[in-house]
Ligand binder design. Sequence first.
Ligand code: ADP
Ligand code: GLC
Length: 483
Amino acid sequence: MSLSVLSVASEVYPLIKTGGLADVVGALPAALKPHDVEVQTLVPGYPRVLGALTDRRQLHAFEDFFGGTARLVAGKGEGIDILALDAPHLYDRPGNPYVGLDGKDWPDNAERFAALSFVAAEIGRGTVPGLAPSVIHAHDWQTGLVPAYLHYGGVSGARPRTVITIHNIAFQGQFAAAAFPKLRLPQAAFSLDGVEYYGGVGFLKAGLHFADAITTVSPSYAVEIKTVEGGMGLDGLIRSRSDRLTGIVNGIDTDVWNPATDSYLGANFSSRTLVRRAANKAAIEERFGLEQSDGPLFCLVSRLTLQKGVDLIINALPNLLARGARFAILGSGDAPLEAALKTAAKSNPGKVGVVLGYDEVLAHMLQGGADAILVPSRFEPCGLTQLYGLRYGCVPVVSRVGGLADTLIDANDAAIAAKVATGIQFHANSVAALEDAVARAMALFREPAVWSQIQRRGMAADNSWHRPAGAYAALFRSLVAEG
Ligand code: ADP
Ligand code: GLC
C-alpha cells in the first residue's frame, strides 16, 4: 500500500543548498518512490524556492502567523513535490537560510524555524485539506519542534508517526529562555520533559525527546552520539532512547553525480576510460594556478571549519609539499581558516591553489580530475564528498570516524591483496596520521596498476540510495504498523 510522508527541512537540492543536508532531502523522495512511498517536501519559502516553483497553487492561509501572514503553496521544484511556506516576514531576505550577509545568525531564527515546524504539525493534524501524511520525517534541529507541536497540540484523527534524522549533532538549535513565549507552546512545555534544555529552549532536544523514531546518517555515528564526546550534551537523552535509534547511511544521487554524463566535466569517463580524467586534471591545474605535473593532485571540497579538520591540512602542508604533493582547495567558512589557506597559496605558488566560495561546478570538476580527495574530519556524521570521490575515481583519503569509517575500505596490505580496497583511512585529529595517510596515497599512486584498481573498486561500489531508501521505507512502515 502506498505510504504518504511529509519531509520537512530547511534546505533541499537543487533549490537551496548549504551542505549535505540539501543533497539528502533532495534525493530521498525519488529514491523512496520504488518503495511505494510518496513524499512531499515542506521547506521555507525563500525567494529562490518560490521562484523555482511551477504549477503553483495556494493550499492554505495562516493569519497572525509568527508576526505576519503566511501561505502554504504547493508546486513542483525541479521535479520535487514541494510545499513552500511563503512567509515573507520570515524568509524573504538576502543571505543564506541561517545567516545574513554579515555572516551572523538571523536574530529571529527560533521563530523562523518554529514557524516551519508549526506548519508541519498543522498538516499532520489535518488542518490542510488534501494533506494527510502517515509519517512526518523531520531533518535536523530546524524541524525539531514538529513532534513537540504534535504532542502538545492534540490531534483529532490518527496522529502521524514522527521520525527525526540527526545530520549533525553539533547544530542543536539552542535558544535563550526568552524565545519560549514566542513559540506558541503551552507553559508546561518549558520543562525537562518538554523543550527545555539547560535553562533555555532546545529544538533538537525536543525532537529527540518526542519523536517516535530517531535516525542518524551512518551506523558508526549512531554509536558515537551515544558517547559523552560524540553526543555533545545530548548523549544522555539519546542513550535513554537508544531502542528507537537507527543509523542509516546516506546514498548519493547517481544521476546528478555520474562521471559518464556530468555536463560540468570537460571530459566524461567511466571506469574503463580512466585515462580521460587527465583532461579534467589539466583543467583544474589551470583554474587553480597549479603547475602541470604527473604527480598526484589532492583536492578538498568542504565547509572550512574545525569539524572538517581543515587546520590539520594547513599544519601538515610543509611536510606534504616537501614530498611533492599538490593541492586544489575549494571551500568557504571560518575567516581564520580562509585566511590561512590564502596565505598557503601565496607562499606556495603552483603547488597550492585555493578558491574561496561556494561553487557547485568546481566541486564536480575537482572530483572528476583530482587524483584524491582529502576528508580529514574530526567527526563526520556521514559525509558525501567521499562518496562522490568514490564514484568519480577520486580516491578518498579520510579520517576513520562516523560515515567515513562506514563507507570505504582502507588500502592496507590485506585489502590490496584481496582486491577490496577503495580508499585510505587514518586516525582522526592527528597531523602525523594525516601526513602518513597522504604519504601512503602517494606511494600507491606510484604503482599505477594498484592505484587504478582502487579507483575502479570505488567506482563499482553501490553508494546509491537503493539500499538506504529501503531501510527508511521499512522504518516508516514499521512505525505506522505500530501506530
Ligand atoms: P556537510 O554537509 O557537513 O558540509 P557533506 O560531505 O555531507 O558535508 O556535504 C557537503 C556538500 O556540500 C557536498 O555536496 C559538497 O560537494 C558540497 N560542498 C561543500 N563545500 C562546497 C563548496 N565550497 N562549493 C561547492 N560545493 C561544496
Ligand atoms: C551533515 C553532516 C554530514 C552529512 C550531511 C548529510 O551536514 O555534517 O556528515 O553527510 O549532514 O546527512
